[in-house]
Write a protein that binds this ligand. Sequence first.
Ligand code: GCO
Length: 254
Amino acid sequence: MILDSFKLDGKVVLVTGAAQGLGQGMALALAEAGADIASLDRIGCEGTCEAVRALGRKYCESVVDLRAASVDDLKAVVARIVDELGHIDILVNNAGTIRRTPAVDFSETDWDDVLQINLKAAFFLAQAVGRVMIAQGSGKIINTVSMLSFQGGITVPSYTASKSGLAGLTRALANEWAKHNINVNAIAPGYMATDNTAALRADPARSTSILDRIPAGRWGTPDDLRGAVIFLASSASDYVNGAIIPVDGGWLAR
Ligand code: GCO
C-alpha cells in the first residue's frame, strides 16, 4: 500500500532544537509515523519527551549548547544515541538562532554565535551522523533552511548567511552521499508563528507587510511541516536528493 512508504516504524530520528516550535512539531510528527526520537537542545525537552512516550515510542535526550559544542562533543552525542537506541536513521538538523540588528551595526558576537549554531554545528553533526549512515548503507538528512536561503532578509545578516550556507551544504552532502543511499534534503519554512518571528509579529508594520505578502493569508505553524518532514524522512523520497521543499504559504511564489 502506498501509505506504507511513509511509515517510519523501527527508525531512529535525531532532531535538534526539539524542545519547542518547529523542531518539537517535527519530532512529534515523526514519532506519530512510528519513529523513536533522540532530541538535542540547549534545554531539556520535557514536553517533547512526554508526548513521544505517550505515543509508545522510545526517547532519549541530549542537552547540548551548540554554541559551545566542539566537533568531538558532537561525535560523542551521536555515539551515545547509537549506544542507547541502537542506530540513527534520520537526522533533522533544525536547531537555529537569529539575531536582529542592522548590518551597519552588526556585532562579531551576533555573527559568530549564529554561524556556529546554524551552520558549523549543523555540518559537523551531519558529518558525525553521516559516518554512521555510510557504515549502515542508508540514511536521511533533513536540514531546516529558510526563505532567507533564497532572499536577503532585513537586519538578520548572519541568519541569512547561515541559512544560505546550509542550503548549499544540503546540495554538497547530497552529491557526496547519494551513492551511500543517504538522501540529504531540506525544508524551507516560510514565516511561521514561533519564537523566531516573535519580534516581527509584535511589530505592526512588519507583521502587516509580511502577512500581505503571503498568498495563503496566514502565518505558518509547526503542524504545517508535518507532511514535508514525513515525506523526506521516509522511503517515499528515496529518489529525492539535494532538494529544498518550501513550506511557505506561497511566499516564494509571490
Ligand atoms: C526574518 C524572519 C525570517 C523567518 C524565516 C523565514 O527576519 O525575515 O525571522 O528569518 O524567521 O527564517 O524562512
